[in-house]
Design a protein around this ligand. Structure first.
Ligand code: TYD
Length: 210
């Protein structure tokens, strides 16, 4: 968030791009190379209310169909609550916040993937986030087929056709082309260590290592 003492970093990408592993490796490195508080969180489901919303939207109990607009609004409710309960307070006390998915996921999945109006999704994101935006976004880019092959758990999203995941990937890349200052595209193929080094090259300059 610009103007605050903290540093907000988000990770984005298609299913199975390796975000969890990369976030874990980055958090370890930040903790060993800086003296700063590091908060790792995720969307949907970053706090107790978000955990309920996550269960509803990714694993509806009776497998009920969810309307695309309802899906978007649940993601946005999760985000507004997450900013209020977790992200804004952490940034205000000077922490580095590393978030597994944020507003770009709504644009890529509900906008490009589901076909909702992309500009409308961006406006609703601005409302939900109240202007809290990452300074650095790492887009882990991978062919969706390769990503899905790595996944074991099946959520509603992972069960979607490959063409859906291809639109999501293309959407992320379009966002990255629009916002080159914030979003860095990182090749997510190769070993976890190789990808972690690529991520560190980008993040290192922002964190004030001694
Ligand atoms: P998760 O199991 O956390 O997947 P991943 O490990 O790939 O992040 O599930 C999050 C799912 O929610 C993922 O399929 C992307 C989707 N999602 C949206 O569709 N819109 C959003 O705004 C967010 C934050 C996530």
């Amino acid at each position: 968030m610009s103007g605050a003492a903290g540093l907000f970093i988000s990770f984005e990408g298609v299913e199975g791009a390796g975000k969890s592993t990369q976030i874990r490796l980055l958090a370890e490195r930040l903790r060993s190379e800086t003296v700063r508080d590091v908060v790792v969180t995720r969307e949907p489901g970053g706090d107790s209310i978000g955990a309920e919303l996550r269960r509803i939207v990714l694993h509806p109990p009776d497998g009920a169909a969810i309307d695309a607009r309802a899906e978007l609004l649940i993601m946005l409710a999760d985000r507004a609550q997450h900013v209020f309960s977790t992200i804004r307070p952490a940034l205000a006390r000077g922490a580095i916040v590393v978030c597994d998915r944020y507003a770009d996921s709504s644009v890529a999945y509900q906008g490009f993937g589901r076909g909702l109006d992309v500009e409308r999704v961006k406006q609703l994101n601005a409302f939900a986030t109240d202007g809290v935006s990452p300074v650095v976004t790492i887009l882990l880019d991978l062919d969706p087929e390769a990503g899905l092959a790595r996944q074991n758990e099946k959520t509603r999203m992972e069960g979607e056709a490959i063409s859906f995941h291809q639109r999501v990937r293309d959407g992320f890349l379009e966002l990255a082309a629009e916002e080159t200052g914030r979003i860095s595209v990182v090749d997510a193929s190769g070993s976890a260590e190789e990808v972690a080094d690529r991520v560190w090259q980008i993040v290192q300059c922002c964190v004030g290592t001694p």
